[in-house]
Ligand binder design. Structure first.
Ligand SMILES: N[C@@H](CCC(=O)N[C@@H](CS)C(=O)NCC(=O)O)C(=O)O
Ligand SMILES: [Fe+2]
Length: 357
């Protein structure tokens, strides 16, 4: 059954999140969501038409706060993590051998302790992919110097739970600090400089004792928050605009519902960024819309009021999306795009001035 798969990256913590969906039912899971990326992930899930049934943690992260609780609040997803993690407030406590289903697909849970005591890896039903968290990284592995880390446990986890998968099984890590995205069991068995080839448990333990890495910058915030599944009230709030029922799309553009604009026309400044011949052309315009063609916008932002939200519009919603970015850069905070532009506005029968009847 078709799998929907996306690898997502948080540049601040170099964390990967993984969205896996069943192509038939649309049920999806998200491995290791990052709090600051919840808006982005929510937009992608909506655009792909998926239903998030569950978020899954590979471990209690020390470098970022999980988005699990915020996603639960927004999308109703269940929070799943290791029973060994010591975390409270989850909906599902996972143990070695459990299966996490999403539609007709599933992940098998494997205990892979070492980086932390409660680390889990997740193996896709057909063993074509495994999500290794910070147990095994590409040509590396997670550090073992805090959170009950134990290099000997990592060595055994990698050799007994991951290197026993088919060589072709693709490995997706929890982080990569060099921009690498994917490896495979066969590759890591041969080329991992800490764990591959003929290297022994003792060689590995020696290597890990001498890593001498500085502690993650956010460890004192991240670990306590993650032990409560990243409860949003205890993390820094997500500042979503509240002047209108806006949604942020995966491209990062704030969009406003068309019917809301029609009902609140006097409360906003409608900015039409088409060319003058389009403004007076057959599609008509939104009553009261101010015309500033996109190419002139950067030089003419002073013509817009600072205290009234701006709704940007064009023919199909593309140029106006660009306009919202220009306005945000110019310091306007209440800005939204009219998705679909005048084509959709007219198509849905909203109020129009001028144009062909
Ligand atoms: N500089 C990063 C450090 C991140 C870090 O220590 N990451 C852990 C995973 S949570 C790790 O195992 N890193 C392995 C490495 O850096 O080689 C930060 O401050 O967040
Ligand atoms: Fe980690």
């Amino acid at each position: 059954m078709a799998l929907i798969f996306r690898q997502l990256f948080d540049p601040q913590s170099s964390t990967y999140s993984y969205l896996l969906g069943c192509g038939k039912s649309g049920d999806a899971v998200l491995i290791d969501p990052v709090f600051e990326q919840v808006r982005r992930d929510q937009a992608l899930i909506a655009e792909l038409g998926l239903r998030l049934v569950c978020t899954i943690e590979t471990h209690i992260h020390a470098d970022h706060v999980t988005g699990a609780s915020l996603l639960k609040q927004r999308l109703g997803s269940r929070v799943a993590l290791s029973a060994e993690s010591g975390a409270t407030g989850a909906d599902t406590y996972l143990a070695h051998g459990d299966r996490i289903g999403f539609g007709e697909r599933s992940l098998e849970v494997r205990a892979t302790p070492g980086h932390t005591h409660g680390c889990l890896s997740f193996v896709l039903d057909d063993e074509s992919m495994a999500f290794t968290g910070d147990c095994l990284l590409i040509r590396g592995c997670g550090r073992t110097d805090f959170q009950d880390g134990d290099p000997r446990a990592t060595f055994r986890s990698v050799h007994l739970q991951l290197f026993t998968l088919p060589d072709s099984c693709l490995l997706y890590p929890g982080h990569d600090y060099r921009g690498l995205t994917v490896s495979s069991v066969g590759e890591e068995k041969r080329f991992n400089p800490r764990l591959g080839g003929a290297l022994s448990e003792r060689d590995f333990a020696g290597f890990m004792k001498n890593l001498n890495l500085p502690h993650p910058k956010k460890i004192d915030i991240a670990v306590p928050a993650n032990l409560k599944c990243g409860r949003p009230e205890e993390s820094q709030p997500m500042h979503d605009p509240d002047w209108a029922p806006l949604t942020c799309n995966f491209a990062g553009i704030w969009e406003i519902p068309l019917h809301w604009v029609e009902e609140h026309l006097s409360a906003v400044q409608v900015l039409d960024v088409r060319e003058p011949d389009e403004y007076t052309g057959p599609l008509g315009r939104i009553p009261g819309a101010k015309l500033i063609p996109l190419g002139e916008l950067s030089d003419r932002t002073a013509e817009l009021a600072n205290d009234k939200p701006i709704v940007a519009v064009c023919r199909a919603g593309g140029r106006s999306a660009q306009a919202t970015l220009i306005l945000q850069q110019a310091g306007f905070s209440k800005v939204a795009n009219l998705p679909g532009g005048m084509l959709r506005w007219r198509g849905e029968g909203h109020i129009v001035e001028g144009g062909k009847v």
